[in-house]
Design a protein around this ligand. Structure first.
Ligand SMILES: NC(=O)C1=CN([C@@H]2O[C@H](COP(=O)(O)OP(=O)(O)OC[C@H]3O[C@@H](n4cnc5c(N)ncnc54)[C@H](OP(=O)(O)O)[C@@H]3O)[C@@H](O)[C@H]2O)C=CC1
Ligand SMILES: CCCCCC/C=C/C(=O)O
Length: 484
């Protein structure tokens, strides 16, 4: 059976052919083609911006009662859950991630639509006292056309994370998925249509980021950009946005610390620490890839983590292994180059072997790894690898742990493992990151609290009620009304 063709979706039309030919998406475990997709060029970019512009300037969404928007958003969430088996499977094949993580993506995406659907009719302005004969108040309006540039690691969930608050605010949307993972974005568009989202409200442009991503980001018809991905590409997108002075939300890289004190509940902490750097083979912006461990327990912790990574089962995502492949063989080669860097910076302890059965022999698998004996100044401790490798660094005092944790170009998240409340609160206060997890690292279907970075990890906040601000203009209206 030939692979399906993913069309562009612009307004009420689907385009199975477009100006820049076709791309292919492959299952990273086997190299098999999952889908091909029409690649947009300048013509389709202009059409998509016109459709989104028209939807925002003239369409019904922005003029509906907010509770009517909320109902459609709730329906989108319901449809996601009704179709979760199918979407999770497609996501797992397209991105390589274990099936359970793909289910998490769908469930979390539905939660975004429930959460922001619930918020859509509560986006209130405020009244500002100016004294007698004046009335003054603010109105929160949708910012306009919102562009969402999506990476390949969480293709479905990251669409929902940005698009749900944008829709709640009244915006229209253009989605530009990563060329590696175009498949579930189209499923998202189909669900939006079935739920009754008006035409042009959400548009889908696949194509090369360096071409259509850049054209979209520079387009004067776009009012705001939400970007998740690498620092270098984020900086390019900021430059494009600066060319027409529009705001951006940047969710970039990380080299997040997990701090383990000797007083922690080890049986609970170690699986959390392992999950923190191994989830999706480490291809997560907030992966906890530096373990700062109190010196007295260093050797024991290293031994236990080493045993854990040796016992893992690697395999194709759809077989729900402990760890799936990386996104493609080119990224695998990049990660393996970092293993060489690690060997120069310290000692590399490797875990599970890559699968050798013929079906997976061509897959983008790497062995997980632990680096010991490397200082926090080394490349392996400072650069984002986006692979399953953990650098373990000992510390002697809480102050030293804080100093090492903060000595990073990034500042996305941190984990702290301790049973001592003073240490927990002290680190929570002093770590220069957007989110501190204490005795946890990532919490289930967490959509309610804000997420974003300090320093090179970016700016702006996703998730929580805080995310909505990115998609709104605040207008102040003032009336002078003297009685005589
Ligand atoms: N913070 C995070 O969550 C992520 C971080 N990364 C990091 O980035 C590294 C490289 O991954 P990569 O896929 O290249 O990530 P990029 O940051 O380059 O890609 C992210 C998105 O931006 C698009 N894009 C690329 N160039 C431009 C441009 N000039 N203007 C507008 N959009 C553009 C991409 O499209 P296209 O796919 O078509 O190129 C994709 O949709 C990884 O190894 C990892 O270290 C990667 C993914 C997520
Ligand atoms: C279990 C980890 C979930 C992270 C989902 C969001 C990822 C964002 C990113 O990598 O940018």
């Amino acid at each position: 059976m030939s692979a399906p063709v993913i069309p562009l979706v612009i307004g009420d039309k689907e385009y199975s052919e477009a100006s820049d030919g076709f791309g292919e998406s492959r299952n990273p475990a086997t190299g098999a083609v999952v889908a091909s997709f029409a690649r947009a060029g300048e013509k389709e970019v202009n059409l998509a911006v016109s459709a989104a512009r028209r939807a925002f300037d003239e369409g019904p969404w922005n003029r509906m009662r907010p509770f009517e928007r909320a109902r459609i958003m709730h329906r989108i969430g319901e449809l996601m859950l009704e179709r979760r088996d199918e979407i999770a499977r497609l996501e797992s094949e397209d991105s390589g991630k274990p099936l359970r993580d793909a289910y998490w993506e769908v469930d979390c995406s539905a939660r975004f639509f429930e959460f922001y659907g619930g918020a859509a009719d509560k986006l209130q302005g405020r009244s500002i006292p100016l004294g007698p004969n004046y009335s003054d108040w603010t109105v929160r309006e949708g910012i306009g056309v919102s562009l969402h540039i999506i990476p390949w690691n969480y293709p479905f969930q990251l669409i929902a994370r940005g698009v749900a608050p944008a829709l709640a605010a009244g915006c229209s949307v253009i989605i530009k998925p990563a060329t590696e993972t175009p498949v579930t974005a189209y499923e998202f568009l189909k669900i939006c249509r079935e739920a009754g989202l008006p035409e042009g409200q959400v548009n889908l442009i696949n194509g090369r980021g360096s071409l259509v991503g850049d054209l979209l980001a520079r387009h004067p018809g776009v009012d705001q950009i939400t970007f998740t991905g690498s620092v270098a590409t984020g900086q390019r997108v900021m430059e494009a946005a600066a060319s027409h002075a529009i705001p951006t939300n940047m969710e970039l890289g990380g080299k997040s610390p997990q701090v383990l004190f000797a007083d922690a509940e080890m049986e609970k902490a170690l699986p959390i620490i392992a999950g923190g750097f191994l989830t999706h083979a480490g291809q997560v912006c907030n992966a906890g890839t530096r373990l700062l461990v109190e010196r007295s327990i260093h050797d024991d912790v290293v031994e236990r983590l080493h045993q854990h990574i040796q016992s893992m089962r690697l395999g194709a995502g759809v077989d729900d292994p402990d760890m799936g492949p990386l996104i493609n063989t080119s990224h695998r080669d990049d990660v393996e180059r970092y293993y060489e860097v690690a060997r120069g910076d310290g000692e590399l302890l490797l875990g599970a072997d890559v699968p050798s059965d013929t079906a997976l022999a061509e897959g983008a698998f790497v062995r997980p790894g632990l680096v010991i004996g490397a200082s926090n100044e080394t490349r392996i401790a400072r650069e984002e690898v986006f692979g399953p490798i953990l650098t373990v660094i000992p510390f002697d005092t809480p102050d030293e742990a804080i100093r090492i944790a903060n000595d990073s170009p990034f500042g996305l998240v941190a984990g702290v493992h301790t049973t001592n409340i003073n240490k927990a609160l002290g680190l929570g206060e002093k770590l220069r990151v957007g989110q501190v997890w204490i005795n946890s690292f990532g919490v289930g279907l967490d959509v309610e609290f804000p997420f974003g970075g300090y320093k090179l990890s970016g700016f702006g906040r996703e998730k929580g009620l805080e995310a909505i601000a990115a998609y709104q203009q605040i207008k102040n209206i003032c009336i002078h009304h003297p009685l005589s």
